[in-house]
Design a protein around this ligand. Structure first.
Ligand SMILES: *[C@@H]1O[C@H](CO)[C@@H](O)[C@H](O)[C@H]1NC(C)=O
Ligand SMILES: *[C@@H]1O[C@H](CO)[C@@H](O)[C@H](O)[C@H]1NC(C)=O
Length: 490
């Protein structure tokens, strides 16, 4: 339609075309007849020029916009091989803790990593990253009373990694300890939100309020792992040694990195999937209320109990990573479903555990962490202040919900995933009729594919219980309807 109209009006002389525009324009529409022909011509010329300019600028702008979109496309295809992990270890700790690194390091799926030791590299193991010995740091001062000089060596891992020069295609330098376990695919997903050509410092702080007071709320705690974009890493490597001279009074390596980045004018970008784990004992409550964000890391594994019953620490991390290999983005993601006919509430933490509550529990209460763990610092004067809301975990096991732990995951040909959970028996408790025979729960879900759009902001998924159930319950996790509420229908 438009085109035919334009054709019919074909090629009027320039002046008449501008005339036809003139009623829209405030100035000439007032009283064009009052203008002398000369002034009028000048005006027409100016109008023509400004129109040409506008059209030209608009086109240039569009072209810039389009090419900037095109340039930013590779951002969204950040892959494993674009990440280089540097693991800070000592010869003594490495012998014990390399079993954790073995769980997430997989050169076959292009994980790149280097381990930095204080001395004696040892033999070559194809299932472990290459090991290098850190450079001598005796020329740097260290004055923190009772602290460990190794903080300087560990801080310099950042510089020595960049200086090694084996950085082809590296978009992100990632740092962690030998007792840090990374969920690599989730880290790739999280980092793909950020432009690696800009200066980014991405990580998380401590779960412990007091630890954050002591060090900084704005510091990435080193054991939880942090990522530095390649462009920032190169600059940091050049200036780090001069910072190390100025921050001799600080305790740790992460404080030194944080201070030097602050001097470069760079602040931390908080990502909730990094976990320093500054708590001890039973992590159940913490793992069962993970933020609505991909799980990126877990640290301090030697200070916490195995996550699953009748396993050691390595086995329990292996089980979590094994589940993540089926649906990485979904690991530890919590969905809550309600059985209105039996008044039962079920909290599913995918890949880890399910809690079955008798009664109608409101969602906000189930998203609050159960305090199953104890403080990082020991002693009587220590307060248990955390960076999140907590609720008490009943001492009496019969006052707790029924707990089911993951015991298997599998997938079918249609892209669906089955995970199964078995009752963790805690003795002879009186339970409601509807749940007292329950032994197993099977959960069906579809692989969660997160793109940048879906993470900004994310939405919790819904689930349904297939009634009726007796010894075994079946749950289906799915996307919520647009205005569906996660609540019991009463
Ligand atoms: C944990 O269990 C596995 C399998 O049973 C075993 O190979 C490994 O040595 C154990 N690790 C520790 C630290 O006990
Ligand atoms: C539930 O399972 C138990 C044990 O297998 C069985 O004895 C009982 O009859 C079942 N109840 C129903 C309603 O199916």
């Amino acid at each position: 339609m438009n085109q035919t109209r334009r054709k019919r009006r074909s090629d009027p002389p320039l002046s008449s075309r501008l005339d036809s525009l003139s009623p829209e324009m405030p100035f000439p529409s007032k009283s064009p007849s009052l203008l002398s022909p000369r002034v009028r011509n000048i005006f027409l010329l100016l109008t023509f020029c400004s129109l040409t300019f506008t059209v030209f600028t608009y086109c240039t702008f569009r072209r810039d916009q389009i090419s900037s979109i095109a340039r930013s496309l590779p951002l969204f295809s950040t892959q494993r091989r674009h990440l280089l992990f540097s693991i800070a270890a000592s010869r003594d700790s490495w012998l014990r803790r390399s079993s954790y690194v073995r769980l997430w390091y997989s050169p076959a799926s292009s994980t790149r990593a280097v381990v930095f030791l204080d001395r004696g590299a040892g033999g070559l193991d194809p299932d472990l990253p290459p090991v290098v010995v850190s450079q001598d740091t005796s020329r740097f001062p260290y004055t923190f009373p009772g602290g460990l000089r190794s903080a300087i060596r560990v801080a310099r891992v950042v510089k020595e990694t960049v200086d090694r020069g084996d950085n082809k295609d590296v978009r992100w330098f990632v740092f962690g300890d030998d007792d840090t376990v990374f969920f690599v695919d989730n880290l790739v997903t999280v980092l793909s939100k950020y432009d690696h050509r800009k200066w980014w410092y991405v990580g998380g702080n401590s779960e412990s309020y007091d630890q954050n007071v002591r060090y900084s709320f704005d510091m990435a705690f080193g054991g939880g792992g942090f990522a530095i974009s390649a462009s920032l890493g190169k600059v940091l490597a050049r200036v780090l040694d001069s910072c190390l001279m100025r921050y001799a009074h600080m305790y740790g390596s992460d404080s030194r990195i944080f201070s030097c980045l602050a001097e470069l004018g760079v602040a931390l970008t908080h990502e909730p999937g990094f976990h320093q784990i500054d708590v001890r004992g039973n992590l159940f409550g913490l793992l069962c209320a993970h933020p609505l964000a991909p799980l990126v890391s877990l640290h301090h594994l030697d200070a916490v109990d195995p996550f699953f019953p009748k396993t050691n620490r390595t086995e329990s991390v292996a089980r979590l990573i094994g589940a993540a290999s089926f649906d990485s983005a979904r690991i530890l993601q919590q969905s809550v479903c309600y059985d209105s006919s039996n008044i039962v509430t079920v909290s599913v933490v995918w890949g880890y555990a399910i809690q079955v509550y008798e009664g109608n529990k409101l969602l906000p209460d189930l998203l609050t962490l159960q305090k199953t763990f104890s403080t990082w610092r020991r002693g009587s004067g220590v307060r248990s202040n955390y960076m999140f809301s907590t609720r008490e975990y009943p001492r009496d096991p019969c006052a707790r919900p029924l707990v089911f732990f993951l015991n298997g995951v599998g997938s079918d040909e249609t892209g669906g995933t089955w995970s199964s959970y078995r009752l963790h028996s805690v003795g002879n408790c009186h339970r409601a009729e509807a749940v007292k025979q329950l032994q197993r729960i099977r959960v069906f879900s579809r692989k969660l594919k997160l793109n940048v759009e879906q993470m900004n902001p994310p939405r919790r998924q819904c689930c349904d219980i297939s009634s009726p159930y007796n010894t075994s319950m079946v749950i289906n996790i799915r996307q919520c309807m647009p205005d569906e509420l996660i609540a019991m229908v009463t």
